[in-house]
Design a protein around this ligand. Structure first.
Ligand SMILES: [Zn+2]
Length: 295
């Protein structure tokens, strides 16, 4: 039986991330379900979730509440976001102080439980740059449940529901099943409609160009999915035109180097980019490199 401080990340005045689902909405759903399961297992839960306030106050409220109540463990719940949109699965991660054996053990169990539910396990991360990990007097495990722009992560999260995800985290904390707490969310996650202004114009330009050059016949909607990737042609040394120009722009070339010509400068930049992205660094923009560029 332990005393556990929990919080949902961010609040309505300093919003978290939003894409297919909203972070503040869902982190509170998961946190509430986790709390019920912890209580069911006999743990004392200290609610460290702030009301609506600005960012510094939001962070300090959480960690001050945890420190002042001398909790044994602090568990902030978040959802991750890396891209505007992403087709596929990205997965779960937990941020800890690597020097904390308790943090490592509990974080590992949480990730294993989320992995058993079907989420990709991205592993433990060194969270010493994070306020929540740094200023707490007790071990902190900051859970990033999954990526809320990743289609497969969100489909899985919706299928499971916050109750199941919250229980998996609570079970990970206790290192055993917390038993069956009553379902409290018991409803599918709400889907956020992405406003038109979020449409990525850069992707739309590429889609349009690939259609114009006859490589694809796809909807120009600004969202990079399977059709967009399939429509991107193999582009390499000697190419000349708007697709190369798009790649140069994407790589951050200054305007005067966005020539549309795929020469040595572009090839070397691609090789560097591929190395950074962990791709085969051959200087040729094939499907693997396109997939990275489209993110
Ligand atoms: Zn967050």
């Amino acid at each position: 039986m332990e005393k556990i401080g929990t919080r949902g990340g961010h609040n309505r005045e300093c919003e978290g991330a939003s894409a297919l689902i909203n972070e503040v909405t869902e982190d509170r759903n998961v946190c509430a379900a986790m709390d019920e399961n912890l209580k069911n297992a006999g743990d004392t839960v200290v609610n460290c979730t702030p009301g609506n306030c600005e960012e510094n106050e939001d962070l300090n409220y959480g960690t001050d509440t945890a420190n002042n109540n001398h909790v044994d463990l602090f568990v902030p719940i978040h959802f991750n976001k890396a891209y505007d949109s992403y087709v596929g699965a990205i997965g779960s991660e937990v941020w800890i102080n690597p020097a904390s054996d308790t943090g490592v053990a509990i974080g590992t169990r949480i990730l294993n439980n989320l992995q058993a539910l079907g989420f990709k396990n991205r592993g433990l991360k060194n969270g010493m740059h994070l306020h929540d990990v740094r200023v707490t007097n007790m071990p902190t495990v900051l859970v990033e449940v999954c990526f809320l722009e990743a289609t497969e992560d969100v489909a899985l999260y919706k299928k499971l529901g916050a109750d199941v995800v919250g229980k998996a985290i609570a079970d990970g904390i206790n290192g055993k099943s917390c038993g069956n707490a009553p379902l409290i969310i018991n409803k599918p996650a709400s889907i956020v409609t992405i406003p038109e202004t979020r449409v990525n114009n850069s992707i739309a330009q590429l889609q349009d160009e690939c259609n114009r050059q006859g490589f694809s016949n796809q909807k120009v909607d600004g969202f990079s999915g399977t059709n967009t990737l399939a429509g991107c042609p193999l582009t390499k040394f000697g190419a000349n035109g708007n697709i190369t120009k798009w790649i140069q722009k994407r790589l951050g070339f200054p305007t005067n180097l966005q020539t549309g010509y795929f020469g040595d400068i572009t090839k070397n930049a691609i090789i560097k980019y591929q190395a950074v992205m962990g791709l085969n660094a051959d200087g040729i923009v094939g499907q693997g490199t396109w997939a990275a560029l489209l993110r």
